[in-house]
Design a protein around this ligand. Sequence first.
Ligand code: HEC
Ligand code: HEC
Ligand code: HEC
Ligand code: HEC
Ligand code: HEC
Length: 261
Amino acid sequence: MRGLGVGLVKERSVGTSGVFVIVGMALGILLFWPLPGAEANSCVDCHKTLTDPSHVKHSFLEWEQSVHAKKQVTCNSCHGGDPAKVEKKEAHAGVWNSNNAKSRVYYQTIPKTCGTCHDQYQAFQKSRHYMMLQKTGKGPNCATCHGAMATKVLSLQEMQATCNLCHPKPYQAYETLAIVRKTALSISLLKDALGAARQAGRPVAAAEAELGRAQAELALAKQAWHTFHIKEIFAKGISAYEHAQAAKNELDRVKPPKASP
Ligand code: HEC
Ligand code: HEC
Ligand code: HEC
Ligand code: HEC
Ligand code: HEC
């Protein structure tokens, strides 16, 4: 699946940073304990106790509720530093405020840092957004759209609002993302229906072929998303949708006729 680049994470970088496990959830607060025998993560250990300055406290709370915390992606994965050192000064070696160009989370460096784990960086480097980010500083980086530490994937409405921060004229992005998501959903439903039809001994080869085409086109659309070549992505999304429709028609065609009352 990684070859498809659909929101996947490179295996090599995952797991190495995970030294804590989520062991409990009480009153909406995640508690962290070191695994017995596992190396402790000093960033998390120390920062969870900080109440001051407020921007530092706030950052911890944002991270704590993020998908990254749940997957044991710790502070050092994005900020650098040495999570094996307990002294602040030693642990902070290589950690800089994000407004410092040496920081791994400096606004122009963010895509590269996220790209150590996320394949989306490959497509993003081909985008006009990336080019403008590097040339003029005016393009968005990953954190503009996904948040810095309270990381998430935007809903359609949130995406619209985010794009509008810089684009008064709407691109076809909304329709494009809508068709991509709608097709993904219908493909997953069709997979179930196809499995049931096969079990019932109905001829499903034609539906299966169309579903395969739909999946391939959808994978291309998703893979291209971060290039923001919207017209191209829209065309692939539509094509995926049409193949999914064709698969559905094939399945309907081989349905046994309803018994007349
Ligand atoms: C012993 C406690 C301690 C440890 C260990 C520690 N920090 Fe900090 N960190 C702090 C404190 C306190 C601050 C507030 C600013 C200051 O005093 O330097 C801070 C600030 C920061 C900031 C904000 C910097 C800024 O300029 O605004 C980042 C980012 C950060 N820490 C990341 C990390 C990472 C990554 C690690 C692990 C590699 C880590 N910290 C380990 C105590 C710690
Ligand atoms: C997925 C990457 C990622 C992880 C994991 C992460 N951060 Fe951050 N953090 C960022 C980014 C990006 C910024 C820059 C914020 C911005 O551009 O507004 C930031 C900003 C901060 C700031 C504000 C000061 C500054 O330099 O702007 C602090 C403090 C901080 N992080 C601490 C932490 C701590 C402590 C952890 C672990 C508990 C952590 N971060 C985990 C990406 C991350
Ligand atoms: C050390 C590796 C690592 C780094 C660095 C990292 N991530 Fe992640 N990220 C992950 C893992 C692991 C997940 C959970 C993946 C999953 O469950 O499919 C994840 C999940 C996400 C998700 C949610 C995907 C989904 O489908 O819900 C987004 C968005 C995301 N990361 C964006 C970022 C951004 C933006 C940065 C940089 C500021 C970043 N990540 C840095 C490993 C990383
Ligand atoms: C201009 C806004 C924008 C920027 C910049 C951006 N993304 Fe995204 N990203 C999105 C949107 C919108 C989606 C949802 C696409 C979908 O649902 O297929 C998304 C999806 C994702 C996902 C989840 C993919 C999935 O299929 O679940 C990850 C992970 C991700 N982006 C990481 C990144 C990384 C890493 C960067 C920087 C290299 C980045 N994004 C830059 C808007 C952006
Ligand atoms: C931080 C500002 C910013 C945000 C947020 C932003 N963009 Fe852009 N976008 C730009 C800039 C700058 C350009 C380049 C305009 C130019 O060509 O002069 C651009 C160009 C584009 C282009 C044209 C790409 C090309 O290849 O010609 C598309 C499409 C686009 N953006 C879509 C989006 C979408 C969709 C979103 C929201 C998910 C979004 N943008 C969010 C700044 C932004």
